[in-house]
Structures are given as C-alpha cells and as structure tokens.
Design a protein around this ligand. Sequence first.
Ligand code: ATP
Length: 249
Amino acid sequence: MELRGLWKKFGSKIAVAGIDLTVPAGSFYGLVGPNGAGKTTSLSMATGLLRPDFGQVMVLGQDLWADPVKGKSLLGVLPDGVRLFDRLTGEQLVTYAGLLHGLDRETVAARATDLLAALDLTADARTLVVEYSAGMTKKIALACAIVHAPRVLVLDEPFEAVDPVSAANIREILTSYVASGGTVIVSSHVMDLVQRMCDHVAVIANGHVLAAGTVDDVRAGASLEDRFVELVGGRSTGEGLAWLRTSSR
Ligand SMILES: Nc1ncnc2c1ncn2[C@@H]1O[C@H](COP(=O)(O)OP(=O)(O)OP(=O)(O)O)[C@@H](O)[C@H]1O
C-alpha cells in the first residue's frame, strides 16, 4: 500500500499534512504517534472511509479512490470507534460481513466458527453484540475485518481493551497471516508491542511523518518508546499539579 501526499483539513485544523508512506507487501507495519497525530484520519483515507483533500492511495497497484469498490475488496478494515449492527448476534454479524464480501454460506459458516473460537467468543456467539463488552466488541469487529481473507489488513488500535490472552491470540493470527504473504498495518499506542510484533514502523505527529522504515532503523539502537519520546517530545513531569499532591494538604 502506498500513501502519496495525503492531506486532510477539518475546518481550519490540518489533521494530515501531506503524508507519504510506502507499506511493502508482506510487511507488518506499525503506525504510532501521540493523541491527535492524524493516525485515524490517515487510516480512514487509506481505506476508503474518508475522502482526502489531496493525495492518492494505491492498494496493490489499484488507485483506491479512483475505483473504491475494487480497492476496498482487497482490504480488511478495523476502523476506529467501530459502529456495528449491534442488534445482531456475534455469529450473525460475522456471517453478514462474509456474505457482504461475496462468500458462500457454507464457507462463511465454517470461517465464522473458526474465528469465534480463535477469538474466544464461541460461548457468546448467540449473544447480541450490543451486550458485548468493549474488548469483545473489538474482537468481533476484527473477525468481520478478516472473514473474507483480504490481501491487506488495516487495523486501528486492535488491541485496545482486549485482554492479554486474546491479545496474544490476535498477535498469533496476524503473525501467521503476514508469514503467509498478507500485509498488516496497525496503529497502536503500545510501543513495546509494536517493537516486538512489527517489522516496519512510522512515527507521525501533527499530521507529518517524523520517521519511517524498518523498526530497527527507526529505533536506531534505542527502544522504540525512547525513540518515540525523543522524536515527539512533550514529556511533562506533572510538577504543575501541586494541588494533586496529598502531602501538600
Ligand atoms: N471529524 C473531525 N472534525 C474535526 N476535527 C477532527 C475530526 N477528526 C479528527 N479531527 C482532528 O484531527 C486531528 C487528528 O485526529 P486523529 O483522530 O486522526 O488522531 P489520532 O492520531 O488517531 O489520535 P488518537 O491517538 O488520540 O486516536 C486531531 O486534532 C483531531 O481533533
């Protein structure tokens, strides 16, 4: 996937200021940046959910915005702040996503069973999604994103609210997907996870790419977390919050 000169303005706020990124096929690509950096806006433009003001998105050689239906068929997307048809059960929702992508009923049923088991949701397969916890909702949305076995997966904070065992299962699913030739782009705030899981990373802040490349090149001998803080800055000591210190009462 290639993002070329992507721009997005909301009113007078420039959310994404000309981002260029090349995500090699078969890579596990992490996108990191402080709150408000422009990660979700960039990923929304990269997946056909938000039209860029300027710029181009190429998915496996296809211009996504020139032919969104074709481009989107190559993608699996876990958007931020997922809005789901939550009056369906988990099983129905995954089935619906699979049918929408043109899979036949038999294939969808088999894959839904596999996904629910892999994500530890079998016991809640017949529970309405509206009754799911935040982590369960994240997992069922992930199942919907991968049920059609897309060539490229774009996941906005897939580990947020997910318990450690499920997170390890998801990591394993994604790692073997990449090993079999799939491409994953994932945004996360957990530097340690990105360092261990991804082979490439881009650090973005204020709508700009500050550094991008292989994880080893970007972290340059330091931990990704230290490198992130060095690139992005903004550490505060909390010294200003004198009123919060109980000892000063
Ligand atoms: N719909 C919108 N209307 C107005 N401003 C927006 C909108 N969406 C995003 N922004 C602004 O664009 C900037 C980038 O937001 P974005 O959600 O892309 O950041 P992010 O890197 O995903 O942040 P976080 O890590 O907190 O999820 C922020 O300043 C945000 O306030």
